[in-house]
Design a protein around this ligand. Structure first.
Ligand code: ZN
Length: 459
């Protein structure tokens, strides 16, 4: 048997990894299916997010960090993201440089991500590309972004450690860097530290950090200086990452849950909008609503509420209303002479016998005959003391019980009990074929013994 794509990814096959990430990038249904299959094999890689303004030398930093990790014998996956310039510029160029230095190394896999699809989709695609590399057994996954927008913050925020890289000379002080990105930093790196103003920049970040209140034992981001092109300060950066990792382990802080929350919320929002566009709105209707909002005919809140109302209305209309909704499963008939009973029901009426079984505990043999969506159960006693033998002796052959299938037998019993229905079984008990069953007393069911039955979840 040829191994599946997920098998090959888990085995670390680079071509399979590349193919898997492409499926995710294309938002192909196979991408979602792939994530489902590999997810159980993920959660082992350590995710390092590196962000900062363009020109901060992140690509070189990531490259040097990779070399250092390889020296330690760790395998590395790199996902480079450039949301601002999809098919040209930084990421691709940086990629080419890196390709050269790690091309021959099977312990390194490099991939750049292009922007496509909807807002926020890149963050999900990046997160899922990291999953693929994680499943492929990479010890460390480096996620590098090029800009400093919200997308980049989203991308890096869910890494295990977030490194914010700045560079002297890009602005007079840290005010030049957006507040949002400063807040996600676990480690600051002033790269190109040989440049004029590097110390000043580091001091400015330290001063900014000093303004904040730090609880005892809380991680205060260190401010490191590196010269990535010369390989200076890289070992210290790696040590800071390790220190942060130890701090996380000792403080019980895990980003896995944050990551899970981000993924789920993003996916829910995406799926919901997709559902609205494909199932709720008429073709072209979204454009019409947008025009109306643009022309101030309607406000966005009202438009959103209206779409939500229709979406939920449509969802409810397709569902069965809450309630007992019992379905007739079979009718049980006690017979004195099975051969004659079969001559009538099977041969004369033309019902097929689809099963015959002995129920030892009841000392009874049951023949099931298909009758449309329900069935007929002919019950023959196999011993004198069987309940069926007694039933036939007392009342003659005839209708013994009716069985209804319900989705939730506990809820059904509770409903019946609330209506003062007399139950033989207050709670369900195991029946044939792993079903749960319970009997209702004939005095409450107009002279008929009623059985409720819930099939096992998998059936
Ligand atoms: Zn039955």
């Amino acid at each position: 048997m040829t191994p599946t794509l997920s098998d090959r990814i888990v085995a670390g096959d680079p071509r399979a990894i590349a193919r898997g990430i492409s499926l995710i990038e294309d938002e192909a249904p196979e991408g979602a299916a792939l994530v489902r299959r590999i997810f159980a094999s993920t959660g082992r890689a350590y995710l390092i997010g590196v962000t900062g303004p363009p020109g901060a030398g992140k690509s070189t930093l990531v490259d040097r960090l990779t070399a250092e990790l390889r020296t330690d014998g760790r395998t590395v996956g790199i996902v480079a993201v450039d949301p601002t310039s999809p098919y040209s510029g930084g990421a691709i160029l940086g990629d080419r440089v890196r390709m050269q230095s790690h091309a021959a190394d099977p312990g390194v896999f490099i991939r750049s991500m292009a922007t496509r699809g909807h807002l926020g989709g890149l963050a999900r695609a990046t997160s899922e590309a990291a999953l693929v590399l994680d499943a492929a057994g990479k010890d460390v996954v480096l996620i590098e972004t090029v800009g400093v927008g919200q997308d980049e913050v989203d991308i890096v925020r869910t890494a295990d450690v977030s490194i914010v890289t700045v560079v002297p000379g890009t602005g007079d002080d840290v005010q030049a860097i957006k507040a949002g990105i400063m807040e996600i930093a676990d480690i600051f790196v002033v790269n190109k530290a040989d440049r004029e103003g590097a110390d000043r920049m580091a001091a400015a970040i330290e001063a900014m950090l000093a303004l904040q209140h730090w609880e005892p034992g809380e991680w205060k981001p260190p401010v490191l200086q590196t010269e990535a092109t010369a390989g200076k300060g890289i070992r210290a950066l790696l040590e800071a990452i390790e220190a942060f990792r130890r701090h996380q382990a000792s403080s019980g802080e895990v980003r896995q849950r944050d990551r899970a929350e981000f993924r789920l919320r993003e996916l829910l929002a995406h799926r919901f909008v997709q559902h609205v566009e494909q199932r709720v709105l008429e073709p072209g209707e979204l454009g019409h609503v947008l025009d109306e909002i643009a022309e101030r005919v309607v406000d966005p809140y009202t438009a959103a509420d209206e779409i939500l109302r229709r979406t939920l209305g449509a969802a409810n209309a397709g569902r069965q209303p809450e309630g007992p909704r019992a379905r007739l499963d079979h009718v049980g008939i006690a017979v004195a002479d099975p051969a004659q009973a079969l001559a009538f029901y099977r041969d004369a009426l033309g019902l097929d016998v689809h099963a015959s079984e002995d129920v030892g505990s009841q000392r009874v043999r049951a023949h099931f005959l298909s009758a449309g969506s329900a069935a007929l159960e002919l019950l023959e006693a196999t011993a004198e003391d069987s309940a069926i033998a007694k039933f036939v002796a007392r009342r003659g052959p005839g209708l013994h019980h009716i069985t209804f299938e319900v989705d939730d037998i506990v809820a059904a019993l509770a409903r019946l009990k609330a209506r003062q229905v007399k139950l033989i079984d207050e709670s369900p008990r195991p029946g044939a074929e792993a079903c749960l069953v319970a009997f209702v007393h004939p005095s409450s069911a107009h002279g008929v013994l009623v059985e409720l039955k819930q099939r096992p979840a998998s059936a």
